[in-house]
Design a binder for this molecule. Structure first.
Ligand SMILES: Nc1ncnc2c1ncn2[C@@H]1O[C@H](COP(=O)(O)OP(=O)(O)OP(=O)(O)O)[C@@H](O)[C@H]1O
Ligand SMILES: [Mg+2]
Length: 436
């Protein structure tokens, strides 16, 4: 037993005490055979013999020991033949309650860390740019954010897909619920299913004993951001589609289904439509995810936004600026790594430029090596008439393209407005580096 036990006979002589009684009260076994009343003058058990009634929860304290005692007479055919005392140590209760308090503090701290881990940092206000094509897309996405419609974000690496996903969550009714990002390309294919849907107790050897909730359950009432969705294994795609259609998940190894309420935002830098035609991505899942389509244009197609974006990346503790020549250079470069690359370049240059003005020599060498020749040539060349015409052509094309979608039918409308054939339109788009 965990409790201490002491038994006296009808004469008040101690007959039994267990080791726990000694541990809790300090009374040792040499009390056996002696009168309890004379050995421990304060003892209440002899009174129980006389009264024949039990008492529970009597608090006792001697020296540094605290304990609670229950006492009862032992009755045989209505006659009192002895009495028993059972005690529990309070020191242990105190210890346990202190331990519980410590564990509770830990839980609170972990919850705080979790929520900061998943807390969203960006809103639509943080998305910098005035480019009309981007503005129009932001407007549509903002409207869709409030709904529960799935949104598929497509754009090259570093164009801000994650930023948009966070902004969508922030603008939705789910903003105070979890935002759970999942990088589909970072999770090994054989773990993907258990990560997404969880597993039941005892499913895998070495797995968490009580089973584990999947990311879908963690995102319940919030947003699940499926990043790099193009890399989702084909068999998991079918399971994901089923979950999206039914709004229920089943942990691996479990029979029962659980209802989940999750908003899906997916993103990829790959051309998903192309993957569908190649049978690498399920068409049915694509249409399910692509209810609202957000194509983010690459930075080279909206170079006009470069100065404003640079401004947000410059350190604020000093009045940093970029000189005009350097700005022209940065606008000439094609930014294959898009805004992420631009941010890295500016971070680097700001460290190199101690005197608060960023000049060409502060830019990373690799960037200068790559583009300096073209830049110098450009700088020393006066714009020809055909340059100006070409620039105006591009600007006008972008202006009209923005107003229509990117299906062939819509593109035909654009071609009609511009008074060229569809083939010419595509050729000119290619010439001007306009991708979508
Ligand atoms: N419009 C923007 N205004 C300000 N900062 C931006 C903008 N778009 C992107 N950024 C910044 O650029 C960096 C890259 O953005 P993000 O991680 O969202 O790109 P991504 O499209 O998810 O890239 P990848 O495909 O490589 O994952 C981030 O530091 C982000 O804050
Ligand atoms: Mg990303």
């Amino acid at each position: 037993m965990n409790d201490g036990v002491l038994v006296i006979d009808r004469k008040g002589i101690v007959q039994i005490i267990n080791p726990e009684y000694t541990r809790i009260t300090g009374v040792t076994a040499d009390i056996i055979g002696k009168s309890l009343a004379s050995y421990r003058p304060g003892a209440q058990l002899p009174t129980i013999l006389k009264e024949g009634k039990s008492r529970v929860g009597v608090f006792r304290k001697n020296e540094n020991r605290e304990y609670v005692v229950d006492m009862a007479p032992i009755l045989v055919k209505g006659e009192v033949i002895g009495a028993v005392s059972v005690c529990k140590s309070l020191t242990e209760v105190h210890k346990l309650s202190r331990e519980l308090e410590r564990q509770n503090e830990k839980v609170v701290e972990l919850e705080r860390q979790m929520s900061s881990l998943y807390s969203v940092r960006y809103t639509f206000k943080d998305i910098i740019g005035q480019d009309p094509r981007l503005m129009k897309r932001i407007e549509v996405t903002q409207k869709a954010s409030v709904s529960n419609l799935p949104i598929l974000i497509q754009g090259e690496s570093g164009t801000g897909k994650e930023l948009f996903a966070q902004a969508i969550h922030e603008a939705s009714h789910r903003r105070n619920k979890p935002f759970i990002p999942v990088n589909c390309s970072a999770i090994p294919a054989n773990l993907m299913e258990s990560e997404l849907f969880g597993y039941a107790a005892g499913t895998f050897t070495g797995a968490v004993k009580d089973g584990k909730a999947g990311l879908f359950e963690m995102a319940n009432e919030g947003t699940l951001f499926l990043d790099e969705i193009g890399d989702l294994p084909f068999d998991v795609q079918a399971k994901l589609l089923r979950v999206l259609e039914e709004g229920r998940i089943r942990r691996i190894g479990e029979a029962e289904e659980r209802k989940v309420d999750v908003r899906i935002v997916a993103a990829t830098h790959r051309d998903l439509e192309h993957l569908v035609t190649k049978n690498y991505f399920r068409g049915d899942l694509f249409y399910r995810l692509n209810v609202v389509a957000l194509h983010i244009p690459p930075l080279r197609e909206r170079k006009g936004d470069i100065p404003a974006i640079i401004q947000t990346f410059l350190p604020t503790h000093q009045p940093y600026k970029v000189d005009e020549e350097t700005m022209r250079f940065l606008k000439l470069y094609d930014w294959p790594g898009n805004i992420r690359e631009l941010k890295n370049v500016i971070d680097y240059a700001a460290v190199m430029a101690e005197e608060e003005t960023i000049s060409l020599r502060h830019l990373p060498e690799i960037l200068r090596k790559q583009s300096m020749d073209v830049f110098v040539e450009q700088e020393h060349r006066h714009a020809t008439l055909s340059d100006l015409v070409s620039e105006a052509e591009k600007e006008y094309m972008l202006n009209i393209l923005t107003r229509f979608g990117n299906s062939t039918k819509e593109r035909q409308k654009v071609a009609d407005i511009l008074g060229v054939s569809l083939a010419t339109l595509y050729n000119k788009m290619k010439k001007h580096n306009i991708t979508s």
